[in-house]
Design a protein around this ligand. Structure first.
Ligand code: ZN
Length: 308
């Protein structure tokens, strides 16, 4: 009896354990199914998103002055070619990546870091890590900031090389032709003047991207008349001299600046000078992201913030 009872106790115990194990397995099984269902939904959603954001080549030239606050980031597209001039601050890097990904962009043919200040190259490492990169252009000047080191590390990790363009070097972006206009001034005490300055021609239209170039750079050449000016150094009074603006005569002036930025940019002086030569002014701090489209003859401008 004692023995039997022992056996039966064991049986009961093992029965209970089996039930517990099956129960746990059941719960796990259910969970696994549940997780599978979620990941399937995820996959479906992702593939739907992928379909929606497939890259579309454009015959028009498209330029997006992306609102990245007190910083620069400009996306230029024609046909299947992509150029990004600057990538905003460290903080804006992920946003710039998302902006490009939402357009179905997977590769960047030309990545330009105008000069090594954080409000221009801060997001470059994010961009380099997330896209196939063709050519990288940066001026031949270095700093010791963490931001700059991060960019160099990202470049190195992908075995990319940097080209330091000279005055007169050209790039082809679909049907648009770009030219580096000035020899960067390599002054470690003022990195702004090392800015790469790029001018783009598309059909009968033209565009000048100044980075943070200053009057010192403006004085080095005679400027061709240009339809669109990305105003130098966020509209600071150290850029956009009267003489420079009279040569360029921009129909449209784009100022990239952050709302209520602590530098007080753009200055009223620059705004007045642009008004005086008859430029139509657009500002990212008020207009948000500014989207420009050209068929080679006309330029259309759409702003994303119409609350002003
Ligand atoms: Zn800047």
């Amino acid at each position: 009896m004692t023995r039997r009872r022992k056996i039966s106790t064991k049986r009961i115990l093992s029965g209970i354990i089996t039930v517990i194990i099956l129960g746990i397995a059941g719960i796990l099984g259910t969970n696994e199914e549940f997780i599978n269902t979620i990941s399937n939904v995820d996959k479906q959603t992702n593939s739907q998103n992928e379909q929606q954001i497939e890259f579309v080549a454009q015959e028009d030239l498209l330029i997006d002055f992306i609102d990245v606050g007190q910083a620069d980031s400009i996306l230029v597209r024609n046909q299947d070619k992509i150029m990004l001039i600057d990538a905003g601050t460290n903080e804006a890097g992920e946003m710039v990546v998302k902006y490009l990904q939402n357009l179905g962009i997977t590769k960047i043919d030309y990545l330009v870091g105008t000069h090594p200040h954080e409000d221009h190259i801060g997001g470059l490492d994010n961009v380099i890590n997330n896209f196939d990169i063709g050519q990288i252009y940066m001026p031949k000047i270095e700093t010791t900031t963490k931001t700059f080191e991060d960019v160099l590390e990202a470049i190195e990790n992908k075995n990319l090389t940097v080209t330091a363009p000279n005055k007169g070097d050209k790039i082809e972006l679909g049907q648009a032709v770009g030219e580096f206009m000035t020899e960067p001034i390599l002054d470690k005490d003022n990195l702004n003047v090392s800015s790469l300055v790029l001018r783009l021609e598309f059909g009968n239209t033209s565009y000048l991207f100044m980075g943070d170039a200053e009057e010192e750079n403006e004085e080095t050449i005679i400027w061709p008349k240009t339809d669109v000016l990305k105003v130098g150094h966020h509209g600071s009074s150290t850029s956009s001299s009267k003489s420079f603006l009279e040569q360029v005569q921009p129909k449209y002036a784009i100022i990239m600046a952050g709302k209520d930025n602590s530098y007080g940019l753009p200055t009223q002086e620059t705004i007045d000078k642009l008004h005086n030569i008859g430029s139509e002014i657009y500002k990212t701090d008020e207009d948000g992201t500014i989207q420009m489209t050209s068929d080679g003859n006309t330029i259309q401008i759409k702003t994303t913030n119409n609350s002003k």
